[in-house]
Design a protein around this ligand. Structure first.
Ligand SMILES: Cc1cc2nc3c(=O)[nH]c(=O)nc-3n(C[C@H](O)[C@H](O)[C@H](O)COP(=O)(O)O)c2cc1C
Length: 336
């Protein structure tokens, strides 16, 4: 008997736990169809950004004010970029509708923002356009020395409540690891309305260009070692916080996905490996996952899920301080 690869995530059933996370890989219909063809369990569309929605709303307001006394035909004269503004958010919805029509796998839309505000109404349009679920990416870099940790956490919670109030589809929240008490924050995010947590956002660090003396953005694809951070924290949160879990960052191979499931992830999400290797990576991984489960006599993904999380692990200390102490002492004795 072959093991059942299906997994429950955000209250939905996915045929398997491999999900394409939000990235240019899920931007075109061709790429989405190739991912479906390769057997992927589900997809998250690229994010629509708070700034895009707010910017468009501002431009539409300006447009309205200017055209109140003039003819609509003169629009392009005033705003050569009008077409752009008018279609950015609409084209997101059109892409979502098209993806839903063409794909049989679950399609998760993504919003990316940091403040509670009018833009969150957009979540409702996403639901109406047919998204199976919504992922809210909170990419917040606090810079104010007078804003306390609690102030920052409150911004997250307010935002999640605001988006939750707009939709009844499942809501996942994608966060970074930088909280003083991640378990507490995770629990509060769930209380604020998150059905799932996606761990972790990769914070792309800006670099300095020494010639132009400018701060420049730097997008790098992840190394495999990036998996270790979400692996630890999912292992700690699973069983303690009642939510679905998605792991993102450093999932490149079948082994990585299996580790993610063992610590309690419902899905293992991928961007870098798909951008590097294309959709074919998925079919290879699924074959290897199937083989591993069969060889290790698991009946299903659900059976193995969370079996190495802190609450189920034979060695829960490995997730916390004892691990650290052991590593450092071992290293010292090696070099002496
Ligand atoms: C080029 C690129 C674009 C991305 N765009 C988004 C985005 O629009 N929204 C989002 O939530 N994450 C975005 N991500 C982050 C990925 O979804 C993913 O969380 C991150 O890259 C870590 O996973 P990985 O190690 O598999 O790459 C992007 C990543 C890359 C590399």
């Amino acid at each position: 008997m072959t093991a059942d690869l299906s997994t429950s995530y955000l209250g939905m059933t996915f045929a398997n736990p491999i999900v394409a996370s939000s990235s240019p890989m899920t931007e075109s219909m061709d790429a989405l169809l190739a991912l479906q063809e390769s057997g992927i369990g589900g997809v998250v569309l690229p994010s629509l950004w708070e700034e895009q929605i707010e910017h468009e709303a501002m431009e539409m307001q300006r447009l309205y004010e200017v055209t109140a006394d003039s003819f609509a035909e003169s629009l392009s004269g005033y705003f050569p970029e009008y077409q752009d503004y008018a279609t950015r958010t609409e084209s997101y919805l059109a892409h979502l509708v098209e993806a839903k029509q063409a794909l049989e796998i679950p399609v998760i839309a993504s919003l990316n923002g940091t403040t509670r505000g009018g833009w969150t109404h957009y979540a409702k349009k996403i639901e109406e356009a047919g998204a199976d679920a919504l992922e809210l990416n909170v990419y917040l870099i606090p810079t104010d020395p007078y804003a306390s940790g609690r102030d920052v956490e409150k911004r997250y919670l307010d935002l999640v409540s605001a988006v939750r109030a707009e939709v009844s589809i499942p809501l996942a929240v994608k966060i970074g690891p930088y909280f003083s008490s991640l378990p507490n924050m995770a629990r509060e995010l769930v209380d604020a309305g998150a059905d799932g947590l996606v761990l972790f956002n990769r914070f792309f660090q800006p670099d300095i260009d020494l010639e132009s003396l400018e701060v420049v953005p730097r997008v790098s694809l992840s190394p495999r070692s990036a998996l270790l951070l979400p692996l630890r924290w999912t292992g700690i949160l699973c069983g303690q916080v009642q939510a679905s879990f998605g792991i993102t960052s450093g999932v490149h191979t079948a082994e990585d996905a299996l580790k993610a499931i063992l610590v309690g992830a419902d899905v293992a999400m991928m961007a870098s490996a798909l951008l590097r290797g294309g959709a074919d990576v998925v079919s290879t991984m699924l074959g290897e996952i199937q083989q591993w489960l069969d060889e290790h006599e698991y009946d299903s993904i659900e059976q193995m899920k969370g079996s190495m999380a802190i609450g189920s692990s034979a060695n829960p200390d490995a997730f916390v301080r004892a691990n650290y102490m052991k590593i450092l002492t071992t290293y010292t004795s090696q070099v002496s």
